[in-house]
Design a protein around this ligand. Structure first.
Ligand code: AMP
Length: 215
């Protein structure tokens, strides 16, 4: 899943993971968990996370390589937040070539900057299960509490306006070239992300069906 922060990658990936019974691998979630556990990687990533900048490619590639090696990823996976640079995309291709399992699709969620900021300032996340809410468009049934596990929701530190603007700049300069990279490989599926969650879901599934014929 490719797209700017707030385009709905996490929300849609959570749906796809159920629909196709394959794991949702969110590099942002993994990094936040590592940071919380104060691991070596978490400590190295912390300052980048705070500023909304990208964690260096070598760390990310190593992290994703070990994650894709776990058993649950053997029949497939949904990557959310990776690759975010062309060198990461190239490293992923090399990894998947070694495993003889080429990428099937790159789903790009497209959204305007003003819509992104409006979404992120009202985004709330469950720290336990990662479920994502929006105060108006997709609120929990009980104010501030996750519907799935009853945990108190939080507002990500990097979802404040100044950091969001920086993350968008980083996206436009470093991640946008990844879109061309997959377009050239004929793998790109672009979905307008301003539509409702359900509508985006339907369009993704339809596009994947057309792409693969068998899903
Ligand atoms: P996300 O939850 O996907 O918005 O990611 C949150 C933060 O984690 C980003 O702003 C980066 O600091 C870091 N991050 C996540 N994925 C990557 C990646 N593929 N490459 C570099 N940094 C990443």
């Amino acid at each position: 899943m490719i797209g700017p922060p707030g385009a709905g990658k996490g929300t849609q990936a959570a749906f796809l993971t159920q629909r196709f019974s394959i794991p949702h691998i969110s590099t942002g979630d993994i990094l936040r968990a590592e940071r919380k556990r104060n691991t070596n990687l978490g400590r190295k990533a912390a300052s980048y996370l705070d500023k909304g900048e990208l964690v260096p490619d070598e760390l990310m590639v190593e992290m994703i390589e070990s994650r894709l090696g776990l058993d649950d990823a053997r029949t497939g996976f949904i990557l959310d937040g990776f690759p975010r640079t062309v060198p990461q995309a190239e490293a992923l291709d090399a990894m998947l070539a070694r495993l003889n399992r080429p990428l099937q699709a790159a789903i790009r969620l497209d959204l305007k900057d003003d819509d992104i900021v409006a979404r992120l300032v009202e985004r709330r996340v469950c720290p336990r299960c990662g479920r994502i809410y929006h105060l108006r468009n997709n609120p929990p049934s009980t104010d501030g509490i996750c519907d799935t596990d009853g945990t108190r929701l939080y507002h990500r530190d990097d979802d404040q306006e100044a950091t969001i603007r920086n993350r968008l700049k980083v996206y436009r300069t470093q991640t946008a070239p990844v879109i061309d990279y997959y377009d050239k490989q004929g793998l790109l599926i672009t979905i307008p992300a301003h539509l409702t969650i359900d509508e985006v879901q339907k369009r993704i599934v339809t596009a994947l069906r057309e792409e693969a014929g068998t899903l």
